[in-house]
Design a protein around this ligand. Structure first.
Ligand SMILES: [Fe+2]
Length: 153
């Protein structure tokens, strides 16, 4: 099984434990949606699409495990490292890249390193493309406009 599918199998088990069905549904939609958005953005920017898709799958893992979103980016990066180490299929520098992106992903107002930017933009893209009739959140408007321009939309 390839590494992305190994991570997805792990994440699926975490999400199955979420007691509230609506919250669980949001988890599947959001984590898989961000993962696919990260793939798209990584390919466009000639970055590592596999690692970007994995960062997308794991980026909110703390929120869905603890049912708590406070400081979830920082706590989630610690949790993601534990998960990735336990899977024994990643190199240390790959884990560093993924976990740093997760650590920084809530800081959407700043511009980060190119790999970290993929996850931040993937998060925004999933929120904005989930339903085109929903209003774009104020804090995501600038990134959404930049993404549309980048993809010629
Ligand atoms: Fe997210």
């Amino acid at each position: 099984m390839n590494r992305l599918e190994i991570v997805r199998e792990y994440v699926d088990k975490v999400l199955l434990m979420v007691p509230d069905p609506e919250y669980r549904r949001c988890g599947y939609i959001h984590l898989y949606g961000v993962s696919q958005a990260c793939t798209l953005i990584a390919i466009k920017r000639k970055e590592d699409a596999e690692l970007a898709a994995i960062a997308g799958m794991l980026h909110d893992i703390y929120s869905y495990t603890a049912m708590d979103t406070s400081d979830h980016a920082h706590k989630g990066s610690v949790m993601a490292r534990e998960i990735l180490e336990s899977l024994s299929v990643f190199e240390p520098q790959e884990m560093d890249l993924i976990c740093r992106a997760i650590y920084n992903h809530s800081s959407k107002g700043k511009e980060h390193d190119s790999f970290d930017e993929i996850l931040i933009d993937g998060d925004v893209m999933q929120h904005c493309f989930y339903n085109p009739l929903f209003e774009v959140a104020e804090k995501e408007k600038a990134r959404y406009e930049k993404l549309k321009a980048e993809f010629g939309l």
